[in-house]
Design a protein around this ligand. Structure first.
Ligand code: SF4
Length: 485
């Protein structure tokens, strides 16, 4: 067990995130809240302020780091908090780097989900060179990842500049799947009794109707549409058809781009694809995750690589010209050779988007409970696999256009979305960079309001699980109306 001893316990989670970069899923507690005899290592961080001057002392494992800094004049409360947090995290990071020099930290001390958002903000505040130097020198981000962040920001620029203040993205969530993947941490349900899904779809329609009414009365306009999950294509063709017709009848338009995550190939058929096409869905995801059948079975996905190929050809034959494929680097038991084989198979199919994920070990996943049975790839192998994915995207003529990070990722790496020029997913950029408001429908979704001029975001989550969503829907509808007032 790891303990934090600090006079600034309001930053305990930030300090713990830094520690987890190096020590993964270790239990981390405040020293005063635990029995100190059960503690293996104590991180002692003391930050003292005298007027505008700060002194910082950080110690662990017999090592010490000190720092001192001054607040700028007229610093707002937000700036004070930012600088205090940053100083504590950086001191902790420097200590950890000395204690565990072998741990790979390609993103340096950064622990947030959205490094590109930070890079853009730094560029806006001080220019391109300032952003680059801050990443390299202050946060200790590797030159390769700094360059990746800069390239992605450049690709995103025209999309971000095109967002109008009255535009929103519409998201619809179908939190059901056929089986549970070993690594899944989403609160999606394995499809069971049909009446549960029927009740969910009825509720979802009420949610959508109320949202569409809001859009009309508030003078908003739909920018893009995204249906995700779970696996939206677990719906029968008739259910999918009816839901899409309903969405269109309510919203009138799905904006400049409509995506449906077809996800698992074993849930897709001609009838469903034709329904998507008929309703103006131009972009779909067919996600192999790996093209190795043994791994697919090991991670609980009930499809084969052949199934992926068949469904992909079917979708192309029907005329889908914007298809994304997801791969995961570092799935249990996989080596860089396996990743290469998956990429070779993807190269033959030639999708328009490729998303390369690093395996993340989520606390709520089955994988977390079975780590003894499924040892993870070493950091160097995880990095190699990510590089193989990047080479595959480059061979397909794609560029990286969005990225995000999660906690507990193999090798402290990242997930990167690649696209052919002009095939970048508008919704993915808007959502990941938090540059457009999102009106979401369904359980486990997040509605967001972006106040661009004020650099402020408000969030309204919906209940994560289906029963609570059904129970609290009336309240949620009212909350959304107030949220967009
Ligand atoms: S398809 Fe996605 S949401 Fe469904 S179980 Fe697998 S990881 Fe979870």
């Amino acid at each position: 067990m790891i303990a934090i001893s600090t006079n600034r316990s309001e930053y305990r989670n930030d300090i713990a995130e830094e520690i987890r970069l190096f020590l993964g899923l270790s239990e981390i507690v405040l020293l005063e809240e635990t029995d100190s005899s059960a503690v293996d290592l104590i991180f002692d961080l003391q930050l003292t302020r005298t007027g505008a001057h700060y002194a910082l002392r950080a110690a662990a494992g017999g090592l010490e780091e000190t720092d001192a800094f001054d607040l700028p004049e007229h610093a707002s409360a937000l700036v004070v908090k930012k600088l205090e947090k940053r100083a504590l995290k950086l001191a902790c990071y420097r200590l950890l780097k000395r204690l565990y020099p072998a741990v790979a930290t390609p993103w340096g001390s950064l622990t947030g989900i959205r490094p590109t958002k930070l890079y853009r903000e730094l560029t806006r505040d001080g220019g391109a060179e300032y952003a680059k130097r801050t990443f390299l020198d202050l946060f200790d981000v590797s030159p390769e990842k700094t360059e990746l962040a800069a390239r992605i920001c450049a690709v995103q620029e025209p999309y971000i500049a095109s967002v109008q203040p009255n535009e929103i993205d519409v998201y619809v969530g179908i939190p059901f799947c056929r089986t549970k993947c070993l690594y899944c941490s989403f609160p999606s349900e394995v499809l069971g009794r049909e009446d549960r899904l029927t009740r969910y779809l009825d509720a979802l329609k009420r949610d959508i109707a109320a949202g569409a009414a809001l859009v009309r009365t508030r003078g908003l306009r739909v920018r893009s549409f995204y249906m995700g999950g779970g696996t939206p294509t677990v719906l029968s063709a008739a259910q999918l058809d009816e839901l899409l017709s309903f969405i269109l009848s309510q919203y009138g338009s799905l904006g400049i781009e409509a995506t449906v995550e077809a996800g698992r190939p074993d849930t897709i058929d001609r009838e469903k694809l034709l329904s998507l096409k008929r309703h103006g869905v131009g972009r779909i995801s067919i996600n192999p995750q790996t093209m190795n059948d043994e791994t697919l079975s090991r991670v609980g996905r009930s499809h084969t690589a052949k199934g992926v190929r068949l469904v992909y050809e079917l979708a192309r034959g029907i005329g889908f010209d914007s298809i994304n494929m997801d791969l995961i680097a570092g799935l249990p038991g996989e080596t860089p050779d396996d990743m290469q084989r998956s990429c070779d198979a993807v190269l033959q199919l030639r999708p328009d988007n490729l998303t390369v994920h690093s395996l993340a070990i989520k606390r709520s996943s089955l994988l977390k409970k079975q780590l003894d049975e499924h040892p993870l790839a070493a950091a160097a192998d995880a990095e190699r696999m990510i590089a193989i994915g990047a080479d595959c995207a480059a061979s397909l003529g794609m560029s990286a256009y969005y990225l995000y990070r999660q906690k507990y990722m193999s090798g402290n790496l990242e997930n990167v979305g690649y696209a052919l020029p002009g095939k970048e997913c508008v919704y993915n950029i808007d959502m990941m960079e938090e540059t457009a408001s999102i009106l979401s429908h369904g359980a486990g979704t997040m509605t967001k309001r972006v106040f661009g001029a004020e650099n402020r975001i408000e969030r309204l989550p919906s209940p994560k699980d289906v029963p609570t969503y059904l129970d609290k829907l009336d309240r949620l509808i009212d909350d959304k109306a107030s949220f967009f007032s």
